[in-house]
Design a protein. Sequence first.
Length: 364
Amino acid sequence: KKNGYPHYMLKEIHEQPEALRNTILPRLRDGIPDFSEDEIPDELFSFCDKIAIVACGTAMYAGMVGKALVEPIIKIPVSVNVASEFRYENPLVDDRTLVIVISQSGETIDTLAALRLSKERGAKILSVVNVKGSTIARESDYVFYTHAGPEIAVASTKAYMVQLASLYLIGCRMSMVRGKFSQKDAGEFVSRLLDTIPAVQKILENKAKLKTAASILAKAKDAFFVGRGLDYAFSLEGSLKLKEISYIHAEAYAAGELKHGTIALIEEDTPVIAVATQDHIYAKTISNIKEVKARGAFVILITKQHAEITDDICDMHFSVPVPHDRFTVFPVAVILQLLAYYTSDMKGLNVDKPRNLAKSVTVE
Ligand code: M6R
């Protein structure tokens, strides 16, 4: 069942290029997102004056990337909400709100409760779900299925990847419907999205250095993930992945926040995984990284290709072969997943079934 892989997680990480193709290609007509087969009407993207994304864990972190991508284009407020908070918060949701619910299993109890509350308040519900016919899918007004195939490992990998791809497609269609993208813009956006698939493949084919980085992480008690903007959203997911399967205390911070407390925790050899793939804030992130490096941190830096890297910035460097800032998440996610995977495996832990966790959280 594991197809020769030692763990489901590693198998599922390797299934990502295929999962991306399966999720993206059926939604394209003449190279442009078209959801007529999903029975998702364009009005769903034009009626709303705000969007609320609701989810838990990794699905919520996919939502954060979605917000950072879409909000600057469509220029209406997009909030990202932890479902277990949202359901008890009297959230600002009404009949002009599109609620996007994201869930791999479609059974997460808090996410379901948030969906029901939003429906009661008159919002329209679009869910991004992997499991066909699940409760969340059945109770939503519209469903955009991610085609990851079954995900067995507790740590979500390929489901996250296709949740992202789905949000990119939804964002692209919405931008067209709302007059922010021309056909040409949409075509270009989709071709950049498709270009991420070989980039993901390339990371999967070059794992040796990632194992070396993991052997260093495996000795650590704490690790910090930092980035700004989209890179911060990627860092949150990287940190969750590491903590849930390697039991290393990991935190993600917006790089500019380091000075406001966290930098006090940096000691000799504390691992800091820094993500700096966004051109407009690259220099800012690098200056934060130099500060932690000067205090002894062991810096693992992820940038786009062709970044100029000097020894005073990092101890190890990985680059992603994607030139466009908005699309770097796909290969970056694979790097962060593999780092977590190898760290857990090197510690001899139960990678697929980490302690205290269940694949699907159906009780509060
Ligand atoms: O099935 P869901 O997508 O609703 O699950 C949400 C979270 O429980 C899930 O993503 C969890 O955070 C994963 N174990 C993370 O790897």
